[in-house]
Design a binder for this molecule. Structure first.
Ligand code: GLA
Length: 387
């Protein structure tokens, strides 16, 4: 748990002044709809209450001074000369928001000191990077009186991640964080950027998050490679189907897709994307009808598709899936990009403690380190923390 008073003291120590405002934002899990967002499909994420914080004070000059409670260096940069540099490391995320707002014509006319702190384990698949991006957007909108809506903040954060930071990701993470709503999932149409809230209850099951503690940086993972593969498949399928994204295809189109595409890898990528997009729609219906049996089989099917057809799970997530089902979960799937990161599971309330103990022990026996397991608390989006 983050202690705000300790952070205030740290801020004072680093910047020799008190913070004027404190902002926070959640992280996210995705219930279903993986790797569909950059293919124009549906996703169903929720904001969860592992939060990131930013303490901010205004400066009299044009400098941006960024510090992190978890990483020791302070990064300094002139407002008039913001560049993505390897030396800036994590600070390239917040710097991207300053650069994107300036590029969009917003007037940022004085410098800032910002201290970040995060309960979101870095590289854990819970969107620690999107959280820093969105949090910075929210903080800057308040400090510079930009009056951005939460959706605009998500759009700015997404633009910054794709253009300034170079990850060709979809919009899911930024929208999930910025539009978070207590006990609601966000059914997001990534093509139209429109959304609906869907009440979430898996009673009598709990929604569990399992952090594999296998960290990965998406920029160094095959993530962008998957985007390229989908785009290549789309180009080859366009003449026959007259589509502008893969998620316009239906399950019935897959026979013809398989005739057109010669490359087995591309066939499997398209099969995952189209079937996963369909699973989101079935999942929402099942959730509304409280059909937990169908909900759980869709979650498990999603995991298998991500493993066999999209190939983004890897040995740690595969093992977590197997031991979770063997330890009392009725469903388990990776959440987020994969390649390590986190998973979600459905476990009966009375079995939770024993489930947790078994999964931690089996995983530790195999890999020599433990996963973190907690109950998902689906929460609201941004907050300004008052004294
Ligand atoms: C990452 C990306 C998202 C999305 C997921 C996979 O979290 O940032 O845009 O593509 O992976 O569903």
């Amino acid at each position: 748990m983050i202690n705000i008073e300790t952070l205030k003291l740290k801020f004072k120590k680093i910047f020799k002044t008190n913070p004027e405002l404190i902002f926070s934002c959640p992280s996210r899990i995705n219930l279903i709809g993986e790797h569909t967002d950059y293919n124009g499909g549906f996703v169903l994420p929720c904001a969860i209450s592992k939060r990131a914080y930013a303490l901010v004070s205004k400066r009299n000059d044009q400098k941006i001074c960024l510090a992190s409670n978890e990483i020791s260096n302070v990064v300094e940069c002139e407002l008039t000369n913001i560049k993505n540099e390897p030396l800036h490391d994590w600070a390239n995320y917040p710097l991207g928001i300053f650069a994107t707002l300036i590029m969009k014509g917003y007037n940022l006319d004085f410098g800032l000191n910002i201290l970040y702190s995060s309960e979101i384990p870095l590289g854990s698949g819970l969107s620690s990077s999107a959280a820093i991006l969105c949090l910075t957007g929210f903080a800057l909108s308040n400090i510079y009186d930009l009056d951005l809506s939460y959706q605009q903040i998500a759009d700015i954060a997404h633009l910054s991640e794709t253009e300034f930071n170079g990850l060709k990701c979809g919009i899911m993470d930024e929208y999930a964080i910025a539009l978070g709503n207590k006990n609601m999932a966000i059914l997001l149409n990534c093509d139209k950027r429109s959304f609906d809230y869907i009440p979430v209850s898996f009673k009598p099951y709990l929604l569990i998050v399992i952090v594999s503690n296998v960290k990965r940086e998406l920029l160094k993972s095959p993530y962008n490679q998957r985007v390229i593969e989908c785009n290549r498949a789309l180009e080859l399928l366009k003449p026959a189907f007259k589509i502008s994204s893969l998620c316009e295809l239906s399950i019935n189109d897959l026979n013809l897709v398989n005739k057109i595409l010669k490359d087995d890898i591309l066939k499997r990528r398209v099969k995952h994307v189209v079937s996963e997009n369909n699973r989101v729609k079935l999942f929402v219906k099942a959730l509304k009808e409280n059909n937990i049996l169908l909900v759980s089989s869709l979650l498990n099917e999603s995991q298998i598709s991500l493993k066999d057809d999209y190939e983004v799970t890897g040995q740690y997530l595969d093992y977590l899936h197997d031991i979770s089902l063997a330890s009392g979960a009725i469903a388990e799937r990776m959440t987020g990009a994969g390649f390590g990161g986190s998973a979600i599971a459905l476990v009966k309330e009375e079995n939770y403690e024993i489930f947790k103990e078994r999964v931690i022990s089996k995983y530790n026996q195999k890999f020599g380190f433990k996963p973190d397991i907690f109950i998902a608390d689906i929460c609201d989006s941004f907050e300004i923390i008052k004294d």
